[in-house]
Design a protein around this ligand. Structure first.
Ligand code: KG4
Ligand code: ZN
Length: 349
């Protein structure tokens, strides 16, 4: 039997990505993975400009798909299915990817599989590149630019969100810190790079401890707005010269607080509920400080930890293809009526 090949497309934000995923004995096999980043086009605006992002996707998607196929030594005729992110994300950006996937599906008479972007991030840990195959139930921390969720995953397509941010997402907080420290866009990698040169104990930034308003018990939600406000206040009290001198310390102290908040809550939940493993995914999972501290804490608690290699933490299409791989096996496919939803919720199937 010939190997089933899925062409996956990701255009939800500011990366235009395509990947070809095959089958490796019951696990998704990464055959090719192409990511064209748009950061240089948004940098001077200090954030993603939706209109520019959508137009750029339309300009480069065809070439990105062609490159992914070429690297996989495949042509459209070899494909078994199309996979595409249909939300959450920027509406104009999602439309470009979904229209492309549906066009190819129509022309080639192939099924098209809609993939939730967050579910895609989770499935980065199922790529063999991320290590041993995870065992369920899994506690997954999704920390990206748009979302911070704690998810209990019982199986592919079986999710329960047990904690979420009440204000900023973790990546968004990093991006805002980057702005406050005049480090450009995206802030996360820039703050992390500068933090490596600073003293993380120089400033004491607060970490939110939240209670459930109904039960009064400690909640499993996150909040980063207080940490961000404390950084803004510290920056406002410094002269431009002082800021230059203390920037690295501010970055390191801010990073420490955000990482601590993410890890404290995650480990507390892991202690309270029975899980077979722990995972952290999404753009912020690229953060070295988060990766190393989580690795240490998981070892201490004797928990198996899954973290994708850095290139599969930030947006990519391989993770979308990996999700589609499992959906294809269960027949959870869409048809040409597949529509975009900018606020698509993580749903079970
Ligand atoms: O998952 P992702 O690529 O896109 C979304 O789905 O949002 O995440 C992007 C986010 C951005 O906020 C970016 O600043 C953050 O991830 N990020 C980082 C690092 N690399 C990317 N945050 C902290 N440290 C990093 N090394
Ligand atoms: Zn993402």
């Amino acid at each position: 039997m010939t190997e089933q090949l899925i062409l996956a497309i990701e255009t939800s934000c500011d990366e235009t990505a395509a990947s070809v995923i095959g089958d490796a004995d019951g696990r998704p096999r990464l055959i090719s993975n192409v990511v064209a980043t748009q950061h240089e086009f948004h940098e001077r605006f200090g954030g993603v400009v939706p209109e520019i992002a959508a137009r750029r996707h339309a300009e480069v998607l065809e070439a990105v798909i062609a490159d992914a196929l070429k690297r996989a030594d495949a042509v459209f005729g070899d494909l078994s299915a199309l996979a595409v992110v249909n939300g959450p994300g920027l509406i104009g950006c999602l439309v470009v990817g979904v229209a492309a996937a549906k066009s190819i599906a129509l022309a080639r008479n192939l099924p098209v599989i809609g993939v939730n972007h967050l579910e895609g991030h989770i499935h980065a840990i199922f790529l063999p590149e991320s290590g041993d195959e995870p065992v369920f139930p899994l506690l997954v921390l999704i920390a990206s630019g748009g979302h911070s969720h704690l998810v209990l995953m019982r199986d592919h397509g079986q999710y329960e969100i047990i904690g979420r941010t009440r204000d900023d997402a973790a990546g968004e907080a990093f991006d805002k810190a980057g702005k406050l420290l005049q480090l450009g866009y995206p802030g996360g990698p820039a703050v992390a790079a500068l933090a490596a040169e600073g003293n993380e104990d120089a400033f004491e930034f607060p970490i939110a401890v939240l209670n459930d308003s109904r039960t009064g018990e400690r909640s499993w939600d996150f909040s980063f707005s207080g940490t961000k406000t404390a950084l803004a206040r510290a920056v406002s009290m410094l002269s431009p010269e002082q800021l230059e001198v203390q920037k690295a310390d501010l970055a390191a102290s801010f990073q420490k607080a955000v990482v601590r908040a993410l890890i404290d809550t995650t480990m507390r939940v892991a202690d309270e509920i029975e899980v077979a493993g722990l995972a952290v995914v999404g753009g912020v999972a690229a953060n070295i400080r988060l990766r190393s501290e989580l690795t240490e804490q998981a070892q201490r608690m004797n928990l198996t930890l899954h973290i994708p290699p850095i290139q599969f933490c930030t947006d990519n299409a391989a993770m979308i293809g990996a999700t589609a791989y499992y959906k294809l096996r269960t027949g959870a496919m869409a048809d040409l009526s597949l529509d975009v939803d900018p606020s698509l919720a993580l749903a079970n199937w």
